[in-house]
Design a protein around this ligand. Structure first.
Ligand code: ZN
Length: 206
């Protein structure tokens, strides 16, 4: 129940801080038996029940609880691509979604290194092409990109972030959302970035 309680607490925390809203966003964590505990479809992250989460296998088979989020395939793609991943978080956080809608975005790195914490916790952020909600053709694309990146941005949709536990995945998603806000605040301004050598050094030591 420890993981279920952590997922429920994180959902409430995200919802209370408007990192997610309505019935959007989904969270998952890898259990010791290799199955994945995940938020169900059609629920608010602000009203999760620790006893009412979904359990799925690594290949997506539904094992227990209510039907999982329709974006389960995204979580499973991240676990397949990143053997160290123990948690995945996905939201439609407003500023991150705003950046994902910009036309003039570097598809290999949607947000530049504005701060050291962004460089350490997120790093480069690939932008994946738009797919309709639940379109599982996005899965293989996400899996391919996630082999080199723990954070991805889905065009006109939002971020997906993997971590070694729920807290580290949440930290990176929050850093991403705050840096997306900074990026939009600075839009059109002549901006100093953390230089590339410093970014490389920070990533080696993070
Ligand atoms: Zn979504």
């Amino acid at each position: 129940m420890r993981l279920a309680a952590e997922i429920t607490a994180l959902g409430a925390s995200f919802f209370a801080r408007s990192l997610t809203f309505g019935r959007t966003g989904n969270l998952s964590a890898l259990d010791d038996d290799g199955t994945v505990l995940m938020t169900p479809t059609g629920v608010s992250l602000g009203q999760l029940d620790a006893a009412g989460l979904s359990r799925v296998g690594r290949d997506g088979e539904h094992l227990d609880g209510p039907p999982p989020t329709k974006e389960a395939f995204l979580h499973l793609a991240m676990y397949r691509a990143r053997p160290e991943a123990r948690a995945v978080v996905h939201t439609h956080s407003t500023h991150s979604v705003a950046v994902s809608c910009l036309r003039d975005v570097d598809h290999d790195n949607a947000i530049p290194a504005l701060t050291a914490y962004y460089a350490m916790r997120v790093g480069a952020l690939p932008l994946l092409p738009y797919h309709a909600p639940g379109d599982d053709r996005l899965g293989p694309l996400a899996e391919k990109r996630a082999t080199g990146h723990h954070a991805l941005l889905l065009a006109n949709h939002g971020p997906v972030v993997a971590g070694t536990d729920l807290a580290s995945a949440a930290d990176a998603l929050e850093e991403l959302e705050e840096t997306a806000k900074l990026h939009l605040l600075l839009h059109g301004r002549d901006t100093s970035l953390v230089d590339a050598d410093e970014v490389a050094r920070l990533r080696r030591h993070s």
